[in-house]
Design a protein around this ligand. Structure first.
Ligand SMILES: [Zn+2]
Length: 288
């Protein structure tokens, strides 16, 4: 059982999560990769097809021809009482930036399914850790969803105004908000958000659980373009992204190119060495 410890003065919380003990340490261990039915798989990876019995029982999946495209199960080393893992695809080496539209849609559909199911049990936060400095321990591409009790005070940001726009498509816009805490952090939000004033109740209806397939694919494609563009600037890079735990919808992607130092830890302030307007201009040149 996770235990929630409050700091009375600041209304901040710590989660004691003894279930995390025993979690494999982050490593750059090399797996032996082989090709099976056109997929890259690693025999010793618990997330690869053929090793399903090595994970907790499947909670959800989307299949094609009896084979799973994406699957979800409980995290073996949970932070809270409901903590799920979502495997991005059966391929050990391929991730979002190289997915077909079919695979992208499957991923964002299962995001929607899990968030829809879990939102009745608390506040679900869906996130992706990519790379050792971003906190991942197993390399097979996956996301996670953690459900928090409603009464826990979150420090998540509200949707930042759309400034320094990089690109848009039918339903979404990609931008670098003025309030960017990290170099090259990018936000994606739904265009409908700009129709309403700050505080309007309609904004609370704009969430991933309400997006249709066309919107889900649009969103997936914009995340894909963002990752490809950032790779052109940063090379191979570690990153986190998460979906706002409370509406209105945004997806915030943070490349892990800086570490927070004593000043930031001591004050809670952020120092961003890159002006978001400059980041947006750079990104415009490489994202199309
Ligand atoms: Zn794998």
């Amino acid at each position: 059982m996770a235990k929630y410890i409050p700091d009375i003065k600041s209304h901040r919380w710590v989660i004691l999560a003894p279930g995390r003990l025993g979690k494999p340490a982050a490593s750059n261990k090399d797996y032996t990769i082989s090709t099976k039915n056109g997929l890259k798989v690693a025999q010793e990876c618990p997330f690869c097809p053929g090793n399903e019995a090595k994970t907790p029982p499947e909670i959800d999946s989307i299949k094609k021809d009896e084979l799973w495209l994406v699957r979800a199960f409980s995290n073996k080393y949970p932070i809270t009482d409901i903590h799920e893992v979502i495997i991005h695809s059966p391929d050990h080496c391929q991730d979002l930036e190289d997915f077909s539209d079919e695979q992208l849609l499957a991923l964002f559909r299962i995001y929607k399914k899990r968030l829809t199911t879990l939102s009745s049990q608390g506040v679900p936060i869906l996130f992706r850790n990519h790379g050792v400095t971003a906190g991942t321990s197993l390399p097979h591409p996956h996301s996670q969803v953690i459900v928090l009790p409603q009464q826990i005070n979150l420090e998540s940001l509200f949707l930042e105004p759309v400034k320094n726009m990089v690109l848009d498509n039918n339903h979404f816009v990609l931008y670098c908000p003025d309030f960017s805490q990290y170099p090259y952090e990018v936000w994606i939000t739904h265009k409908d958000c700009s129709k309403y004033e700050f505080g309007a109740s309609e904004l609370l209806e704009i969430k991933l659980e309400h997006f249709n397939d066309e919107e889900l694919l649009d969103l997936g494609q914009l995340v894909q373009k963002t990752l490809k563009g950032l790779q052109k600037i940063l090379g191979k890079f570690d990153y986190n992204y998460y979906i706002a735990p409370k509406p209105p919808f945004y997806l915030r992607l943070i490349p892990r190119v800086v570490t927070r130092g004593g000043f930031e830890l001591g004050t809670g302030l952020s120092t961003n060495v890159l002006d978001p307007a400059v980041a947006a201009e750079e990104l415009k040149k490489v994202i199309r």
